[in-house]
Write a protein that binds this ligand. Sequence first.
Ligand code: Q5B
Length: 264
Amino acid sequence: GKVRAPTHIISTISDDRGEEPCYAGVPMSSIIEQGYGVGDVISLLWFKRSLPRYCTKFIEICIMLCADHGPCVSGAHNTIVTARAGKDLVSSLVSGLLTIGPRFGGAIDDAARYFKDACDRNLTPYEFVEGMKKKGIRVPGIGHRIKSRDNRDKRVELLQKFARSNFPSVKYMEYAVTVESYTLSKANNLVLNVDGAIGSLFLDLLAGSGMFTKQEIDEIVQIGYLNGLFVLARSIGLIGHTFDQKRLKQPLYRHPWEDVLYTK
Ligand code: Q5B
């Protein structure tokens, strides 16, 4: 019989060999003719399935709300400095992307991991937060540099509003809100932030949509898909900041001496 030569790559998400490319088996013409959006394309290429409209809409809302947060955040600052050093688009973009991590924008996966574990084990907010403190771990998804009890993050409110009216269950988000109530009793800026809102709500999407088995949910949370939402979204803003600096013909950035504490 026929002997198949061993392959060096296995790929399961897309195929460009036929008359038209397919994403998770769905031909490009169907994607266009059926009016799919970016949320559907993400569903196909990341989750390998078509998700219900409320799920793809939620994904699109996450992308829109996280696309930019002004020039002062870590990512935009790096991109602006890099663009002003005369570097190209890709260099400016990746310089900003490289700041995304546990403190800035990249806390979504850990927020999902810790909220899921704590909620599934029925930990009280006190047990969860104080347990994290004992381990010396800041609660991912909690805390913000400029947002606080009196200056709430509109993005979090918008995500919660959408989920409350469209998701079958918001159990994990409600748990995160109880954690926030406890952390706010400690300090005014320990709000549920945008990473924590997306992390907890994505758990609700995975668990409530009926589209994923428990094993698949555990794998998604363990591998860490969700920071990808922030990376993808913020790329839109970082590209914008690069163009902005080039358009404004901004010179090489040099940080002012007055803003540095020189000490021995
Ligand atoms: N404390 C975000 O800290 C920040 C605590 C905490 C327990 C916590 C901090 C944190 C977890 C990571 C996270 C996503 C670094 C943030 C984002 C996107 C963004 C960004 C933008 C955008 C802020 C003061 C005291 C200390 C700390 C305690 C702080 N956080 N305790 N759990 N989570 N959060 N990141 O203000 O006793 O004095 O030692 O790491 O979720 O990135 O817009 O800027 O769209 O671009 O610098 O929104 O919360 O406060 O470090 O001086 O801490 O609070 O232990 O206590 P800060 P610190 P003590 S959203």
